[in-house]
Design a protein around this ligand. Structure first.
Ligand code: AFP
Length: 342
């Protein structure tokens, strides 16, 4: 069968009534911006894009994390691309404390866009995969200037979510709530081409992704669960498990979307106060939507991620996602421990 482009796919989705013209344009614009980020990323040292942002003084984002040059470049590419099309009411980014309004003189649309412009940016300088994550919400009726509070909608209300992984190939994974689909960038033509439709994540897995250096700081249910996986054939699970950790959520999730597995960033004693490591609105929610649409599960260890009522734009949450059966086991261990405590 002749491969179809992202544009053709979007037209099909419009005809099927899954999206409207404005959302279709939004996705086209985000995909085009991500092609520019891919170009910048691919240039590496030759493009002068490696290293930290800021002239001498360390540049920090709203999370108090040091910004890389490519964090800043990617953020600007996405902001600039989305300013003038008339498809957005406002957008919000990991790199900015407050939502960005549409500049005066441009029309406004009915959608809110949230993004992590360059996830896993600690990997840039060592030439390991990084990515962009995005989530699309509807702007509440009657809102003319969207504030942070207007973005605080549960993940179940997302109209679209996606990520782009800048790896050996540049790949876009997308959902509108009607399955999860993958597009691969054909660089010579400059088009994202549909490479997998209706991806299914295997229910069972023997592969987990977690930063094991945090083990001693984890809570008891996580200690118990990983302890059992590490015990392998001699332990209660009766089989060996394999481990991978890229430290780039997009790359770890893409492996799960390709061959199954689970990705965990649990709460630990070091990050207890902040509620977790990963951001709900532009990391956990869009990834949860993509994973659920591919048959997987995504929880905080206790609740479904997409059911959470957000309380802040940059809120952090624990994340357990991937192959359904394993996410159910680790979630059950947390709930059992809570119940035993009363
Ligand atoms: P950076 O974008 O600051 O590199 O953070 C990446 C990330 O949010 C996520 O992509 C990784 O899975 C996770 O952090 C890695 O965290 P550790 O460095 O604590 O393993």
């Amino acid at each position: 069968m002749k491969p179809i482009s992202l544009i053709q796919f979007l037209i099909e989705e419009r005809r099927a009534g899954h999206i409207n013209a404005e959302l279709s344009l939004l996705i086209e614009v985000v995909a085009r911006a991500c092609k520019r980020i891919a170009v910048a990323t691919n240039k590496g040292a030759l493009g002068g894009v490696l290293g930290m942002a800021g002239d001498g003084a360390l540049s920090m984002n709203v999370q108090g994390e040091a910004q890389k040059k490519l964090d800043v470049i990617s953020n600007e590419i996405l902001l600039e691309a989305n300013a003038w099309g008339g498809h957005l009411a406002a957008c919000a980014s990991e790199e900015m404390e407050d939502p960005q309004q549409i500049p005066d003189g441009y029309p406004k649309g009915n959608h809110l866009l949230l993004f992590d412009p360059l996830d896993g940016s600690s990997n840039i300088d060592v030439n390991v995969s990084v990515g962009t994550i995005f989530s699309v919400l509807r702007c509440p009726d009657g809102v003319t200037e969207a504030k942070a509070a207007d973005f605080l909608q549960p993940g179940t209300t997302q109209l679209a979510a996606g990520y782009v992984v800048y790896g050996p190939a540049t790949v876009l994974v997308l959902t509108f709530g009607h399955g999860t689909h993958e597009f691969t960038l054909e660089r010579e033509v400059g088009s994202f081409m549909l490479s997998r439709r209706n991806i299914r994540i295997p229910e069972e897995t023997s592969e987990f992704a977690v930063n094991m250096s945090n083990q001693r700081h984890w809570q008891a249910p996580m200690q118990r669960y990983i302890g059992e996986l590490l015990a392998g054939t001699e332990g209660p699970r009766g089989r060996d498990f394999n481990m991978r950790w890229v430290a780039s959520m997009v790359a770890d999730v893409h492996r799960i979307v390709t061959r199954g597995g689970v990705f965990y960033y649990p709460l630990d004693a070091k990050i207890l106060q902040q509620g977790g490591k990963l951001r709900l609105m532009y990391e956990a929610n869009p990834m949860a939507f993509i994973i659920e649409q591919a048959g997987g599960a995504a929880t905080t260890g206790r609740e479904r991620i997409m059911a959470l009522q957000p309380t802040a734009l940059h809120q952090r949450v624990p994340v357990f996602l991937g192959s359904r059966s394993e996410v159910e086991v680790v979630t059950r261990y947390h709930l059992d421990a809570d119940a035993a405590q009363g």
